[in-house]
Design a protein around this ligand. Structure first.
Ligand code: DGL
Length: 270
C-alpha cells in the first residue's frame, strides 16, 4: 500500500470542491491542498502565465512526495496539464478528461454544453477531449467569467447570480443540450442556480466529483482504515484573503479554521 498523500491545487478555493469529494470517496487518504489565493484568478491570464503558475504550484506540492497531484482547476488543467505532465516525475492529473468522459457517457441527445472561465473555454480542451471520445458529439461552449467572483464573494443563490446565469446559459438552452460540464471547480457551488435555470432534465457534471472518482480508480488507495490512523489534511494558501476560513469552509462544507498556513509561492518560480 502506498502511504503517500494526494496533492491537490487550484488557483484559489474552487479546488476544495474536489477535496470534499476526495474526502468522501477516499476517506483514508491524506491530502495536501494548495490554493493560490494570492494570484487568483487564473482564468483571465495568458496561457504562458497559467503554465508558469501551474509549474510553481506543482513544485510546491512535490515537496510532500505525493503519489498523485490533482490539478483541481479547470483553467490550469485545460491550459497547462499537457505541458507539465511529462516535465515532472510525479503522477499528475486534471479535471478535464474525467469530466468529458462522464458527460460523453451520460448524454442521450449528443448535445453537450461546457461552461468555464475564459482561459478554459479559449483553450478548446473540453471540446477536444469530448470529440476524441465521440466525434459526433455537438459541443456548445460558453465562458462565464462573472461566476468565479460571484462564488468567491458568497453570492451563491442571490438575484444577481440568477440574472447573470440566465444570460450565460441562454445559448446552451437554445441549443438543446441535455448535459452541461461545470468546467470550473468553483461552479458546483452555484449548481442549484444553474439547475433551476436549465431544468432538472439537464445533467450537470461536477468536475471535482468526476475527478475524485477517476483518482480512486487509478491510485493505490487505502480501501480500509490503515490501523486506525486518521488521514492528515494540510491546507496552504499564498495569501490570506478576507473571510478565508468562512469561505473555505463553505467550499469544503466542513470547518478548516486553524489548519491553514500561508506560503510564499514566488519561492517556487524559476
Ligand atoms: N477554479 C478555477 C477553475 O476551475 C477558476 C478560478 C480562476 O479563474 O482562477 O477554472
Amino acid at each position: 500500500m502506498d502511504n503517500r498523500c494526494v496533492g491537490v491545487f487550484d488557483s484559489g478555493l474552487g479546488g476544495l470542491t474536489c477535496v470534499k469529494e476526495i474526502m468522501k470517496l477516499l476517506p483514508y487518504e491524506s491530502i495536501v491542498y494548495f490554493g493560490d489565493t494570492g494570484r487568483v484568478p487564473y482564468g483571465t491570464r495568458s496561457a504562458e502565465t497559467i503554465i508558469k503558475y501551474t509549474e510553481s504550484d506543482i513544485r510546491f506540492l512535490k515537496q510532500f512526495d505525493p503519489k498523485l497531484i490533482i490539478i483541481a482547476c479547470g483553467t490550469a488543467s485545460s491550459t497547462a496539464l499537457e505541458y507539465v505532465k511529462d516535465r515532472f516525475d510525479v503522477n499528475i492529473m486534471g479535471v478535464v478528461a474525467p469530466s468529458a468522459a462522464a458527460a460523453s457517457s451520460l448524454t442521450e441527445n449528443g448535445k453537450i454544453g461546457v461552461i468555464g472561465t475564459n482561459g478554459s473555454i479559449n483553450s478548446g480542451k473540453y471540446e477536444q477531449y469530448l470529440k476524441s471520445l465521440n466525434k459526433d458529439l455537438q459541443v456548445y461552449s460558453k465562458a462565464c467569467p462573472m461566476f468565479v467572483p460571484l462564488v468567491e464573494n458568497g453570492y451563491l443563490d442571490s438575484k444577481v447570480t440568477y440574472m447573470i446565469a440566465q444570460e450565460y446559459l441562454a445559448p446552451l438552452m437554445d441549443a438543446g443540450v441535455d448535459t452541461i460540464i461545470l468546467g470550473c471547480t468553483h461552479y458546483p457551488l452555484i449548481k442549484k442556480v444553474i439547475s433551476d435555470i436549465v431544468g432538472q432534465h439537464v445533467a450537470l457534471i461536477d468536475p471535482g466529483k468526476e475527478t475524485a472518482l477517476y483518482a480512486r480508480s487509478t491510485i493505490d488507495a487505502h480501501e480500509v482504515d490503515p490501523a486506525g490512523k486518521e488521514p492528515e489534511y494540510k491546507f496552504y494558501i499564498s495569501d490570506f484573503v478576507d473571510n478565508f476560513s468562512h469561505t473555505a469552509s463553505m467550499f469544503l462544507q466542513k470547518e478548516i479554521s486553524g489548519n491553514i498556513e500561508k506560503i510564499n509561492i514566488e519561492n517556487y518560480m524559476v
